[in-house]
Ligand binder design. Structure first.
Ligand SMILES: *[C@@H]1O[C@H](CO)[C@@H](O)[C@H](O)[C@H]1NC(C)=O
Ligand SMILES: *[C@@H]1O[C@H](CO)[C@@H](O)[C@H](O)[C@H]1NC(C)=O
Ligand SMILES: *[C@@H]1O[C@H](CO)[C@@H](O)[C@H](O)[C@H]1NC(C)=O
Ligand SMILES: *[C@@H]1O[C@H](CO)[C@@H](O)[C@H](O)[C@H]1NC(C)=O
Ligand SMILES: *[C@@H]1O[C@H](CO)[C@@H](O)[C@H](O)[C@H]1NC(C)=O
Ligand SMILES: *[C@@H]1O[C@H](CO)[C@@H](O)[C@H](O)[C@H]1NC(C)=O
Ligand SMILES: *[C@@H]1O[C@H](CO)[C@@H](O)[C@H](O)[C@H]1NC(C)=O
Ligand SMILES: CC(=O)N[C@H]1CO[C@H](CO)[C@@H](O)[C@@H]1O
Length: 578
């Protein structure tokens, strides 16, 4: 059993007017958004379509509606939709049209935050990595290559929504869209290239003629007619208001809790605090409050940003598995207890097949360079893993030496002649780190293999295209040489049958170290059970296995473990609340 603090929305005192979704322009004045001639006080909920499965969407939206929500807000995830330049994907979890139509089917409004830079604890802030190799590009400023690609994607999304008649002006559910995201936080870093970009982005968006207002969050000087909005926990107190008396007070992100990074203590926010800030914001003329997140969900695959956990906002009103909390009719909230029952143990060695990838030596590497290559630029973010190998000539009977490595991030495992000699890693606040280990050397040629690992790309800050990861400096005595290679795997796999009931399932990975898990070929995300919080336990032990990833029989579980975790301690557990 795991005791969990509970967040709920303290809105009992506020009366919400029922909504009928019909066509019509959306406009606004200083008091509110006006839809079909009616003023609206709106409660909005962030649910991100790729952080759950299409099979879960209807249930999540339905529960949000039962919770008194009028609007579902989502970002648009560029890197998911255009993983390769010009090759688009709108299928499965990327089926944004299906998601918006599900919102519409349940009679709710939608708020579409296109960005297309979104931050969102998403890998690279939602930018596809191929942008990095566009000649002359500088992201998010008055830079022609960036603006061209940003306009192209924004136009594509808007046209897609229009062709499906999804804007409220066409009878659809979308009442708001967002361009850029919290730009003011980085604007100064771009000097004279910042302000013209804000104006350009505003004009580009407005010219797309969606018939519904555009917002810029955390952008006090958002050009007319774009509405500047507030993000944060305390917008009731901190927001100085819109930059024109003719614009309404909108709160785009009121953080219900906060995202988690590996190795950091859990963060909780009391429902009373949320309720107080919401009431204060409404008292100060606020007419839209969005709960970020209402359902956080799962950072499947390699979609989490640097050091962010696979479970996202598990303490939101709907937990990672989509389960809601029970609370009484006041705003008092009972602390829900999560109940875990083991459905399947994987504790017999015969269940597993094990593969160990050989530790590559310099002589077998196909790619050579006489300097240390930048990690992301070399992997192109196709993999977390990059080997730096070199052959070190040692002419001495003294077998002791010291290996010193400086890395810009995020993790390093060092091997000498195939034997692990040390590991080190950074963290969310400081991705860079040093490794210093005594190593044994033999007289003659020694094979040094350094496995550099990224744990998601950064999602925030100016000049993301200039960020570096991987090894910066390697020393043994004074000889230095390096090269890189391919992926490295210690793989494990087992087959199992799904539990008969229709239940929420989590894979208990407490016995493992660090790696990634696939269920029938679909990655359920990275895990990192060996990175303990200051309290001495992993932040995340259970990893969500959505029902739609499973077959009734003969499911294949594949685990890539890069440390020395034991798969015999893994179990598939049923998650419920009492
Ligand atoms: C709920 O949990 C919080 C944090 O653990 C604790 O401070 C509070 O007393 C609990 N409330 C109840 C009613 O158990
Ligand atoms: C812009 O997007 C269209 C598809 O919407 C694509 O055909 C075109 O190649 C894109 N241009 C660039 C420069 O990416
Ligand atoms: C709220 O709106 C009223 C009427 O427009 C105005 O008088 C008042 O100053 C506004 N409150 C704040 C905090 O801006
Ligand atoms: C990335 O690699 C290219 C060549 O492949 C090189 O021109 C460029 O300078 C590198 N960028 C960084 C940031 O290392
Ligand atoms: C190292 O090995 C070489 C070749 O086997 C040998 O000639 C040399 O004496 C050895 N050096 C030491 C210090 O053991
Ligand atoms: C390093 O690799 C080379 C090439 O495979 C091999 O000849 C040599 O014995 C290795 N060195 C050690 C100390 O294992
Ligand atoms: C069973 O699964 C479906 C699809 O995921 C879901 O809609 C339904 O609510 C689930 N039923 C129960 C009893 O959990
Ligand atoms: C704008 C704002 O209110 N931001 C706050 C959001 O919540 C975090 C965590 O409590 C604060 O640190 C921010 O100042």
């Amino acid at each position: 059993m795991e005791q969990r603090a509970l967040l709920a929305l303290g809105l009992a005192a506020l009366i919400i007017v029922g909504i009928a979704v019909e066509g019509g322009e959306v406009s606004y004045d200083g008091r509110s958004l006006i839809i079909q001639g009616q003023r609206k006080l709106l409660f909005s909920a962030s649910i991100h379509y790729p952080r759950s499965t299409p099979q879960m969407w209807a249930g999540l939206i339905e529960k949000a509606k039962e919770g008194g929500i009028d609007v579902i807000q989502t970002y648009v995830f560029w890197s998911l939709h255009e993983p390769v330049q010009g090759q688009y994907d709108f299928s499965g979890r990327a089926d944004i049209v299906r998601f918006i139509k599900e919102i519409q089917a349940q009679g709710l409004y939608a708020s579409l935050r296109i960005g297309p830079f979104i931050e969102a604890e998403w890998n690279y802030g939602g930018l596809p990595f191929w942008l990095h190799d566009v000649p002359g590009i500088v992201y998010r400023c008055d830079n022609e290559p960036f603006k061209m690609h940003m306009q192209n994607l924004t136009t594509k999304i808007v046209n897609m929504m229009k062709s499906e008649s999804l804007y409220a002006s066409q009878g659809g559910p979308i009442i708001l869209s967002q361009i850029e995201n919290e730009y003011q936080l980085v604007e100064d870093a771009f000097h004279e290239k910042g302000p013209p970009y804000v104006k350009w982005a505003a004009q580009m968006a407005v010219e797309l003629q969606t018939g519904v207002p555009w917002m810029m969050c955390k952008q006090f000087d958002a050009p007319d007619p774009i509405i500047n909005t507030c993000n944060g926990m305390k917008c009731g107190e901190s927001f100085p208001g819109p930059n024109s008396p003719n614009k309404p007070w909108l709160w785009t992100e009121n953080w219900t809790t906060q995202y988690q990074a590996y190795g950091e203590d859990p963060i909780t926010r009391s429902p009373q605090d949320i309720a107080f800030q919401v009431a204060l914001f409404v008292a100060r003329n606020g007419t839209l409050v969005n709960y970020y997140m209402y359902h956080g969900g799962t950072n499947f695959g390699r979609t989490a940003s640097a050091f962010t956990t696979t479970s996202y906002y598990d303490d939101a009103p709907l937990d990672e598995y989509g389960m809601s909390y029970t609370f009484d009719s006041h705003i008092n909230v009972e602390n829900n207890t999560r109940l875990i029952t083991t459905s399947k143990k994987f504790d017999e060695p015969e269940m597993w097949e094990e593969f160990r990838d050989p530790i590559p030596k310099f002589v077998v590497t196909s790619m050579r360079s006489n300097k240390l290559l930048e990690h992301m630029n070399t992997t192109k973010d196709k993999s977390d893993y990059l080997w730096y190998t070199f052959s070190y000539q040692h002419e001495s009977s003294n077998s002791k030496a010291v290996l010193k490595v400086q890395s810009a991030g995020h993790v390093l495992h060092a091997f000498v002649d195939g034997v692990l000699v040390g590991s080190a890693h950074g963290n969310h606040k400081r991705p860079n780190f040093r490794l210093e280990n005594t190593i044994p050397l033999t007289n003659g040629s020694n094979n040094i293999s350094l496995l550099s690992v990224t744990v998601g790309l950064r999602d925030s800050g100016a000049y993301l295209e200039r960020r570096a990861a991987g090894l910066r400096r390697v020393k043994i005595h004074d000889i230095q040489k390096s090269s890189d290679l391919t992926n490295y795997r210690w793989g494990y796999q087992t087959r199992f049958d799904a539990p008969a009931e229709n239940v929420s399932l989590g894979l208990n990975l407490r016995s493992m170290g660090k790696g990634e898990v696939w269920v029938n070929g679909q990655s359920i995300g990275r895990y990192w059970a060996s990175f303990l919080t200051p309290q001495g336990s992993p932040y995340q032990t259970w990893y969500h296995v959505p029902g739609s990833f499973l077959k009734p029989k003969d499911n294949l579980l594949v685990i890539l473990e890069e440390q020395n975790g034991s798969p015999l301690g893994i179990s598939l557990d049923i998650i419920s609340t009492v």
